[in-house]
Design a protein around this ligand. Structure first.
Ligand code: SAH
Length: 346
């Protein structure tokens, strides 16, 4: 095993250059095995064999932003746009509740139709109908005041990946109108407002180096979010990154273990992108330290349209089939899906 890996297992207070060195050890199987073993030990200590489920409702693919990697970016004129009504969202929740989901995630592009007032109405309606469920939002960058209103209306959690903590790299992935400082400030605002917060990044996005990933790890250690979502970058055919290479599954798994060790109690999903890049990606993610899965509760007819990247899995199955399939996959690697809110361990 590499020395820096030993050092990281003992204490996690690495500096940037050391984190970059740690990232480079992903190619060393012995190092990867040692990190995975520690990650599994920690996830078992805090979460046993439980895997939490989040019902993902992709309620709009309209977006005012132009992130270069994303299939639903404003500039993609070929994307077929849709948005769900409040009634349709509630119908997804109804179906999800019956299946045992106790967390709903409302994710979407930054859609001007969904004003703060309309969001508050949706949040209140979901929380009133399902007071025993946690409600997570993932609707991008908003003002402190908007986040405050959503929180007041009953939202419990918020997912906002920082995408990359390296400022120059961030500017390579986004137009000048989007700023890395602003995105990170949103995360600090959300934290201050008492949300359980999820940050995260893509692995292998164009221009990413070991130093970029070192910044990501430093930022995660500083922010100490309750949730961390990472997945491989996957090209989408109608974006300017169409011809870029996909991110590495192996490196993603390695980083899942590193993040579990860095933030032992974090809620970490085995993401759909990981399952898309590798047919066994989600199982391997759980074995690397992940403890959450996020099956799709969106109406089947709309799932293909929420196309962030090519070949996204689970776009054809009913929610119930999707859950059954995942439950079997989770059990195949020795864990069990539970029907609980699944808040972060104290
Ligand atoms: N508008 C919301 C939700 C974005 S979609 C927001 O700004 O947070 C959710 C996540 O999908 C993004 O944060 C990004 O990390 C990921 N994603 C987008 N395009 C992707 C691609 N081509 N490959 C892999 N992941 C992608």
């Amino acid at each position: 095993m590499e020395k820096i890996v030993q050092r990281f297992l003992e204490r996690q207070d690495l500096e940037k250059a050391e984190f970059a060195e740690l990232v480079r050890c992903a190619a060393d199987p012995e190092s990867a095995d040692a990190l995975r073993a520690r990650a599994m030990e920690l996830r078992r200590r805090y979460y046993g064999d439980k895997v939490y489920t989040r019902g993902l409702i992709e309620f709009t693919n309209y977006c005012q932003n132009d992130c270069y990697y994303c299939g639903i970016r404003r500039g993609n004129r070929l994307a077929v746009r849709y948005r769900l009504t409040k009634e349709e969202i509630l119908e997804c929740c109804r179906e999800g509740y019956a299946l045992g989901f106790r967390t709903f995630v409302l994710q979407g592009g930054e859609d001007g139709y969904y004003t703060d007032g309309r969001m508050e109405d949706v949040i209140r309606s979901v929380k009133e109908a399902y007071p025993d469920c946690a409600l997570t939002l993932s609707v991008g960058e908003k003002s402190y005041e908007s986040y405050r209103r959503f929180r007041q209306a009953g939202a419990d959690r918020y997912l906002l990946r920082h995408e990359t903590a390296d400022d120059a790299h961030y500017r390579r992935l986004h137009p000048a109108s989007q700023s890395p400082e602003r995105r990170r400030q949103c995360l600090w605002d959300l934290k201050e407002l008492g949300y359980q917060v999820g940050a995260g990044f893509m692995v292998g996005s164009p221009g990413q180096t070991a130093e970029c990933l070192a910044e990501d790890l430093l930022f995660l250690r500083r922010l100490a979010p309750q949730m961390v979502g990472i997945g491989p970058f996957l090209p989408h055919h109608d974006t300017i990154f169409a011809r870029e290479r996909a991110g590495s599954v192996e490196l993603t798994l390695y980083l899942l273990s590193v993040i579990r060790i860095l933030l032992p109690k974090a809620l970490i999903p085995a993401t759909t992108a990981l399952g898309t890049a590798d047919p066994e990606g989600r199982e391997r993610g759980l074995l690397a330290g992940a403890n959450v899965v996020m099956p799709n509760l969106s109406p089947v007819g709309k799932r293909k349209q929420y196309e962030l990247y090519d070949n996204k899995i689970c776009t054809g199955e009913e929610a119930a089939e999707c859950l059954g399939c995942l439950a079997r996959r989770v059990e195949s690697v020795g864990f069990r899906l539970v029907s609980e809110r699944g808040d972060a361990a104290m």
